[in-house]
Design a protein around this ligand. Structure first.
Ligand SMILES: *[C@@H]1O[C@H](CO)[C@@H](O)[C@H](O)[C@H]1NC(C)=O
Ligand SMILES: *[C@@H]1O[C@H](CO)[C@@H](O)[C@H](O)[C@H]1NC(C)=O
Ligand SMILES: *[C@@H]1O[C@H](CO)[C@@H](O)[C@H](O)[C@H]1NC(C)=O
Ligand SMILES: *[C@@H]1O[C@H](CO)[C@@H](O)[C@H](O)[C@H]1NC(C)=O
Ligand SMILES: *[C@@H]1O[C@H](CO)[C@@H](O)[C@H](O)[C@H]1NC(C)=O
Ligand SMILES: *[C@@H]1O[C@H](CO)[C@@H](O)[C@H](O)[C@H]1NC(C)=O
Length: 445
């Protein structure tokens, strides 16, 4: 006898009839009540039970629902002397974390700036062995390019006032199930994206269960790449868009950017579940033709516009687009801050160097000053937005890491090639950004 097939769409149709729907919702209510009372909240007040129920019900609908306190904290308390955009104060969610990671840990996290901290020695780092991940670009694979020292890999970022969970690739894939995550930005976001892909790969028993959909093993030339993971129904993509706004080209010639329009690829990530943006390193004189006839708005071509003014307009265009096009209940928006460079004795194109560095800067007063001009522009745009933006404020943590760059350990190329003191070796510093990203996702799931 042939096994009886269940017709799923019929079943769903039935279940959504009002009579059945009421029964299903009631069941859901009682099961939740039972689960909550029996486990997490056994010692809590009735008020907490109610709040938590509401939160559980809403996360049933949108697993990334940004609740009011999350947004108001992220955006509004920045003016308060104690708070930053990047800390967590989300009591309802903490209860669920407590279940997972222990109440003590959660308490410590509940009012903590993740980005205020220090690099500490760590034997469990790096997450993946140097040279082991086939998805590390040649340009970032310092080990394969002959970098002899490995001490720089044995550090972990430790927030001053709290503990964060260790990155766990298995857990990360669980969090991403059914979701699409996209990194949008320049080559430093590609650096971070490759780091995440490799850290997850390390946790997989069967490493053939992840593929880059175009079959690429090199990620420099195309403007779009996508890793898919079997069994997870999820993807982690990279979209190249160093200015975030529209680029103007005539043939292959790059002519400038439109300050009032988003990048052509923006439609491709409008519906993603998690997006990590960045834009910073291309806003320089040398990459914008000194601002001469490079920036446009409508039909207007600015014969000269200071980069800071152009960056402000571009970030506003970005913020407006996010507010108008991304669903705040569906998409979790991250913006990764400016990643520090360490060129000594010149700039990237004028003989600057950083080789021979094997240890982070240990004296805080030797750090380069916070690039407040750039970052305060971005920060003020986040504060004006309706969409909650989780700001990965990694600038200071990277400022310590003069030892983390490829420097002279680049793929063989032309003689006299400049040193790379702005990207990061992988494994390396971006692994810690992803640990913080992971902590943020765990905390807000
Ligand atoms: C944030 O503050 C602004 C003005 O101070 C206020 O209009 C807005 O409603 C606040 N947003 C939230 C989510 O509390
Ligand atoms: C900062 O924190 C201290 C104690 O932790 C508190 O007394 C003070 O009111 C807070 N200030 C602001 C602006 O929140
Ligand atoms: C980001 O970090 C820098 C340096 O630690 C700090 O000065 C700045 O206020 C932070 N920005 C926000 C919005 O928290
Ligand atoms: C990661 O989490 C899984 C549970 O999902 C656990 O079995 C595993 O031990 C964790 N891995 C590490 C390295 O902590
Ligand atoms: C995978 O996820 C997409 C949405 O992201 C959904 O449409 C599709 O049905 C899912 N497939 C499976 C097998 O779960
Ligand atoms: C840090 O550097 C400053 C300025 O160079 C110096 O005055 C101070 O003594 C140094 N601190 C330590 C702990 O070395």
């Amino acid at each position: 006898m042939a096994p009886k097939r269940i017709n799923v769409s019929k079943l769903l149709q039935r279940l959504t009839r009002p009579r059945y729907l009421a029964i299903v919702l009631l069941l859901f209510f009682f099961i939740s009540l039972y689960l909550i009372c029996s486990s997490v909240l056994i010692n809590q007040s009735p008020f907490l039970v109610v709040t938590s129920l509401a939160v559980q019900a809403s996360s049933f609908i949108f697993s990334f629902t940004p609740i009011a306190s999350f947004k108001s904290f992220l955006v509004n308390e920045t003016s308060g002397a104690n708070a930053t955009l990047s800390a967590f104060i989300v009591p309802e969610r903490s209860l669920r974390m407590a279940d997972h990671y222990g109440a003590d840990w959660t308490e410590k996290l509940s009012s903590c700036d993740l980005f205020d901290g220090s690099w500490v020695a760590d034997d469990d780092s790096p997450v993946y062995k140097p040279g082991s991940c086939p998805y590390v670009d040649k340009a970032f694979d310092c080990f394969k390019n002959g970098r002899p020292d490995s001490g720089f890999l044995k550090h972990r970022w430790k927030p001053a006032k709290c503990e964060i969970p260790r990155f766990n690739g298995t857990e990360m894939l669980k969090l991403l199930t059914g979701k699409r995550m996209v990194f949008v930005g320049d080559s430093l976001n590609r650096n971070m994206w490759e780091s995440l892909v490799c850290a997850i790969r390390e946790s997989m028993h069967d490493k053939t269960k992840m593929v880059e959909v175009s079959g690429s093993r090199e990620f420099k030339t195309q403007s779009f790449y996508s890793f898919k993971f079997e069994g997870c129904n999820c993807s982690i993509d990279f979209i190249r868009s160093p200015f975030l706004i529209k680029e103007l080209r005539t043939g292959s010639r790059f002519e400038g950017v439109r300050l009032d329009k988003m990048h052509d690829k923006a439609d491709e990530y409008r519906d993603a579940d998690i997006v990590v943006f960045n834009s910073g390193h291309w806003w320089t004189h040398s990459k914008t033709k000194k601002g001469e006839n490079f920036f446009r708005e409508g039909d207007r071509i600015y014969s000269s516009l200071p980069v800071a003014e152009a960056y402000t307009r571009a970030m506003r265009t970005w913020g407006k687009w996010v507010d108008e096009n991304m669903h705040p209940h569906r998409t979790r928006v991250f913006f990764r801050g400016y990643s520090a460079s360490h060129f000594k004795g010149g700039q990237w194109n004028s003989g600057g160097n950083c080789h021979g560095e094997t240890k982070p800067i240990s004296n805080e007063s030797h750090l380069a000053p916070y690039p407040s001009m750039m970052m305060s522009i971005a920060e003020s745009v986040f504060a004006e937005m309706k969409t909650p933006v989780f700001y990965l404020n990694i600038t200071k943590m990277t400022a310590y890491r003069k030892d983390g760059h490829p420097s002279i350990f680049r793929p063989p190329g032309k003689a006299g090639m400049p040193q790379d003191c702005s990207h990061w070796c992988l494994p390396g510093v971006p692994d810690s950004w992803n640990e913080l990203l992971y902590a943020a996702l765990v905390a807000s799931q």
